[in-house]
Structures are given as C-alpha cells and as structure tokens.
Design a protein around this ligand. Structure first.
Ligand code: ADP
Ligand code: MG
Length: 247
C-alpha cells in the first residue's frame, strides 16, 4: 500500500499571531494560509490591526506569540527571527515610495546583485512586464501616480519574491486609473505565481482582487472565505454594513 502524499505546504502560513502595544492586543490570534498564486485580502476598518499583521510577516516588527512560516518552514517563531531582507518577501506599501534621486532603471535594480549587464537585462524584463520599459530613463517626478505604482511593482518583483505583501498600495490613485492598475498588478502577480497578502479597508477592492477574504475586526479574523460567500452571507450586521457601500 502507498500512503497518500501529504498536502502541499502553504506558501505563507500565519499561525496564531498575537501582537500587543501597551497591554492592548491589536493582533489577536490571527491564522491564515496562502497558496502560491493566490491572493488573500486582509479586509477591515482602519485601526483593526491589518498593517501590524503585515509588518510582523515582513519581519520589521515581531509577534509576541505565534509563528510565520514560508513553504512550511518557520521564519519567525519564539526566538527565531529571520531578518526582513532574507525572507524572500516583496513589499508594496503605501508609504514605500520610489527613490526620487534615482531613475527608473536604478530604482528597479536597486536591490539586485551581479554583473551590470545582467541587472540591466533583468530590469528591462521586469519593466516589460509592467508596461514601463519606454520610461526606463525617467525619474519618479516625471511619472504619473499610476506609472510610479507600476515601477514600484517592478521593483518589488526584482528579487523574485515568493510572497508579496501589499498595504493599501492603490489608495493614492484616482478612481479610474485604480481599477486598471489593480487588474494589471494582479495579472503580473498571478503570472509569477506569487502568494499575495493584500491589506485594504475597501470592500470593493477586496471583492475585485481576492481569491479569499479574511475579514478583520478588533485584531481578529472574524470571517474567512471566498469573496462571493462573504458578500452574500456576512456573519453579522456589522459585516453586512461594511459591505453595503459596494454597488
Ligand atoms: P490598520 O492597518 O488596520 O489600520 P494598524 O495595524 O495600523 O491598523 O493598527 C492597529 C492598532 O494598533 C491601532 O489602534 C494603532 O494605533 C495601534 N498601533 C499600531 N502600531 C503601533 C505602535 N507601534 N505602537 C502603539 N500602537 C500601535
Ligand atoms: Mg494600515
């Protein structure tokens, strides 16, 4: 008899994560699993603990309890703390702007090591992916908000991260452009097979981008599932009200 193969480990697993500030638990026993190529949206009102969760996963903050695992391997648990730059995680944060004094090519190639020609080739490939190659010699101030966001995506993808953490990355963009950038970003990340944890306070954004939504409130994940299911069967009046402004 053959034993059946074990289920594949999640690309990113967050296990019973807790984080307190001044005696108040702002992340309270959060658990999530994200498979390669999947997008999970951490959705909830301002102050519910979304960014704190992301910061712990990124390694720029530490949990008080719980663990973070990549491909089944702990990167943060108890005394173990893999530094942010060794986690294989890409970041797109709201306040994570491009370097204003570097052109597009050097912004995207910033963290890459190796021969110049190889870095240049990699940068060109990435800029092709996000439709920005023709702007390779421009500086950030010569680009629109949407173009800057595309470059930021290319930069985040440069080290081939297995996981992308995004904290409200589209909130600075105007409405019409935002939908386009969301769709393009999603297409690029899906093509790369990246596991994505996207933080947003906008239900419409989560509905548009997520394979799964984790609805967060007061530090806890109160409902978790497919967008359609959560939208159609919110667990309580508060969750229903939160979704009610989508048309
Ligand atoms: P969200 O991203 O969902 O808006 P945050 O994770 O940024 O929420 O914050 C959750 C709560 O934790 C908020 O009440 C916030 O004020 C508090 N908080 C976040 N970071 C710190 C910190 N470094 N020190 C003290 N309180 C913090
Ligand atoms: Mg936040």
């Amino acid at each position: 008899m053959f034993e059946s193969a074990p289920p594949p480990a999640a690309r990113l697993e967050i296990r019973n994560l807790c984080r307190s500030f001044g005696g108040r638990r702002v992340v309270d026993d959060v658990s999530l699993k994200i498979m390669p190529g999947q997008v999970t949206c951490l959705l909830g009102p301002s102050g519910c603990g979304k960014s704190t969760t992301l910061r712990v996963v990124a390694g720029v903050d530490r949990q008080d309890e719980g663990a973070v695992l990549v491909d089944g391997k702990p990167i943060s648990e108890g005394a173990l703390h893999v530094p942010p730059e060794e986690r294989g995680i890409g970041l797109m944060f709201q306040d994570f702007a491009l370097f204003p004094h570097l052109d597009v090519a050097r912004n995207v190639g910033f963290g890459l090591k190796g021969p110049r020609a190889e870095i240049r080739a990699r940068v060109e490939t990435l800029l092709d992916k996000v439709g920005m190659r023709r702007h390779i010699d421009r500086f950030p101030h010569e680009l629109s908000g949407g173009e800057q966001q595309r470059v930021a995506l290319a930069r985040a993808l440069a080290p081939s991260p297995r996981i992308m953490l995004m904290d409200e990355p589209f909130s600075g963009l105007d409405d019409r452009l935002r939908d386009d950038i969301r769709d393009e970003t999603l297409a690029v990340l899906k093509a790369e097979g990246t596991a994505v944890l996207l933080v947003t306070h906008e239900p419409a954004e989560a509905m548009r981008m997520a394979d799964e939504i984790a609805l967060m409130r007061d530090g806890r994940v109160v409902q978790h599932g497919a967008p359609y299911n959560i939208y159609n069967a919110p667990r309580d009046r508060e969750a229903a009200a939160f979704f009610s402004d989508i048309n």
